[in-house]
Design a protein around this ligand. Structure first.
Ligand code: NAD
Length: 256
């Protein structure tokens, strides 16, 4: 018996990276999953590989009109009760070099897309007798780094939206939590530029857990929140960052 046997989930940005790892783990643990992404080829290939428990649905999370098809696909699989708002994009530019168009694009996908996902899940999850909404933020939702003004703004906003939704929806048995990964080895997290070994040796060796994270390590956090094991957890911020947000090790300090 899987930990989320019988549940039906939508995972946005599910075609690759952390989203794909979440899709795989959820199916392994008994759920049916809608892979919702703009990457049609990758999403369909993943669904074909995973069999009947996975269905690909084209979804641009920033387009209000596209959400109803994703929800309908989920409902065709059973009672829709888990949403992982994972789709995200990043841009790295100084504030002075960030155009209104670029800032708006990041806002539309990371922040507006999350809002639309939550809003479209409320009635179906009420009908299902409850549910779990998992918003993938970042440790850049607690702090920021140079060049991340647009991205970091949306990841902070994810925390506020999560808490508001948790307040409004708890009465319907719908839990809403945010997950805050540190650096994770995906295309967004450095895989497009460097090997995992290189990043472990040169970039992330100063973390309390001295390496970059792996996509499945974040998927396991979402699995807990999606499952009934998380039944009293709502409005929470769960960090999975190898300890990056507490400190980095310094050769000048003892015990480090
Ligand atoms: P990724 O780039 O590998 O995957 C992102 C996925 O989102 C892709 O499949 C992409 O097609 C999809 N996507 C992008 N725009 C979309 C849209 N408009 N509609 C639907 N899908 C869309 O990145 P990842 O590292 O797997 O990131 C997943 C989430 O984790 C993102 O929200 C990201 O901000 C967050 N995150 C990543 C890291 C990291 O180091 N990788 C760290 C913290 C948080």
């Amino acid at each position: 018996m899987g930990r989320i046997e019988g549940k039906v989930a939508i995972v946005t940005g599910g075609a690759r990276g952390m989203g794909a790892a979440t899709v795989r783990l959820f199916i392994e643990q008994g759920a049916k999953v809608v892979i919702a992404d703009v990457l049609d080829e990758e999403g369909q290939a993943l669904a074909d590989e995973l069999g009947e428990a996975a269905v690909f649905q084209h979804l641009d999370v920033s387009k209000e009109a596209e959400w109803s098809a994703a929800v309908a696909t989920a409902q065709s699989l059973g009672s829709y009760n888990v949403l992982v708002n994972n789709a995200g994009i990043v841009t790295v530019a100084a504030i002075t070099d960030t155009s209104v168009e670029e800032f708006t694009r990041i806002f539309q996908v990371n922040q507006l897309g999350m809002f639309l996902g939550i809003r479209s899940a409320i009635e179906p999850m009420k009908d299902a007798g409850g549910g779990s909404i998992i918003n993938i933020s970042s440790i850049e939702g607690f702090r920021s780094q140079p060049g991340l003004s647009a991205y970091s703004s949306t990841k902070w906003a994810a925390r506020g939206l999560t808490k508001n939704a948790a307040m409004e929806l708890g009465q319907y048995g719908i839990r809403v939590n945010s997950v805050h990964p540190g650096a994770v080895y995906t295309l967004m997290g450095g895989a497009a530029r460097n090997s995992e070994e290189y990043l472990n040796e040169h970039t992330y060796n100063m973390l309390p857990i001295p390496r970059i994270g792996r996509a499945h390590e974040i998927a396991y956090v979402s699995l807990f929140l999606a499952s009934d094991e998380g039944s009293y957890t709502t409005g929470a911020e769960i960090t999975a960052d190898g300890g990056w947000s507490i400190c980095v090790r310094s050769p000048d300090m003892p015990c480090s």
